[in-house]
Design a protein around this ligand. Sequence first.
Ligand SMILES: Nc1ncnc2c1ncn2[C@@H]1O[C@H](COP(=O)(O)O)[C@@H](OP(=O)(O)O)[C@H]1O
Ligand SMILES: [Mg+2]
Ligand SMILES: [Mg+2]
Ligand SMILES: [Mg+2]
Length: 384
Amino acid sequence: MSINWLRVVSPSIVKLPPLLPFSYSSPSSCSCFSSVVVAMSYDKELTAAKKAASLAARLCQKVQKSLLQSDVQSKNDRSPVTVADYGSQALVSFVLQQEFPAEFSLVGEEDSKDLRKDGAQELVERITKLVNDSLVSDGSYGVTLSTEDVLKAIDSGKSEGGSQGRHWVLDPIDGTKGFLRGGQYAIALALLDRGKVVLGVLACPNLPLTPINDQRSPNNEVGCLFFAEVGGGSYMQPLDGSSTVKVQVSGVENPEEASFFESYEAAHSMHDLSSLIAQKLGVKAPPVRIDSQAKYGALSRGDGAIYMRLPHKGYREKIWDHAAGCIVVTEAGGVVMDAAGNPLDFSKGKLLDLDTGIIVTNQKLMPVLLKAVRESLEEKASSL
Ligand SMILES: Nc1ncnc2c1ncn2[C@@H]1O[C@H](COP(=O)(O)O)[C@@H](OP(=O)(O)O)[C@H]1O
Ligand SMILES: [Mg+2]
Ligand SMILES: [Mg+2]
Ligand SMILES: [Mg+2]
């Protein structure tokens, strides 16, 4: 097993390795922070991000337990959104603004447009109550938000990101379809500094604490928080923060022994193409299909060795669907690339500038995986 357990009395005792005083090169062909940079600590930001994501995860868990039909709405693109997506974005936005009032920019998936329409008042009140209940249970801020405060907090996520300054990147619920099915979902929060991902937090409320493919453990306990800061490695805690482990990607070198993840939703990734690639590699295990960036979390601790995401033609990937997952995997020793072999570029605004797909694996397997992807894409194109 590739999880290196570090049992500690309190998570605060686990110190990230000290950052070098001058400069360092990133540990691998790191797609999140690739150039030589002046070392910088983001400890305060990481602490705030963990707090915000954990609070949002608790809000989501509460909603998932007793989801009402009226809690689910449909967006313009007909994708689902729930009171928990909105509540999570409002909560994370509020917490980050409290912690960093001087410099705050957030690129979030949701906005309040539909909530400001006639007939949405009840929904907004339900979201506001969820947010206030979460703030009361935390007890740090001593405020009660009005419905307008909540709408404003959701709308603070309107930043476009880019290559200048710092921007938080938030997917308040990644895998809303999984959330609705009672499956996997994640609260994904990352920080961009001058276009590079410098920290990421993935709260995965339904992900087992033990490896998902481990036949021997009953997988009863769920709820994982993955986090990573550039140059500091990747870590996992139970959502209650009671212990911390350093995680590392699988060291598998033989593709026949590798297992791979893909989206649960066939509409999100071409399962026929990934099975062709797996066949070329000689992968024996069937694909593990799970929703959301929980795939990046599971991969970072070695539950599987490969993640393939090959969207149908025309789909454009959003930065909030990958930023946190990318740094969690990269800091755990993995590599994240587009299917053409380029690192992901988070500096271009809300969208990732790629149209081939995203592949994730360890450093040893990446060259063979890229080759199999290239050959499979060529075969598919020539068969059309
Ligand atoms: N046609 C499509 N192709 C690829 N990804 C899509 C898609 N439609 C939606 N998605 C994205 O896939 C995400 C879920 O990822 P996964 O497939 O790994 O479970 C969704 O995030 P949200 O649930 O935050 O909207 C959404 O952004
Ligand atoms: Mg969505
Ligand atoms: Mg998403
Ligand atoms: Mg989402």
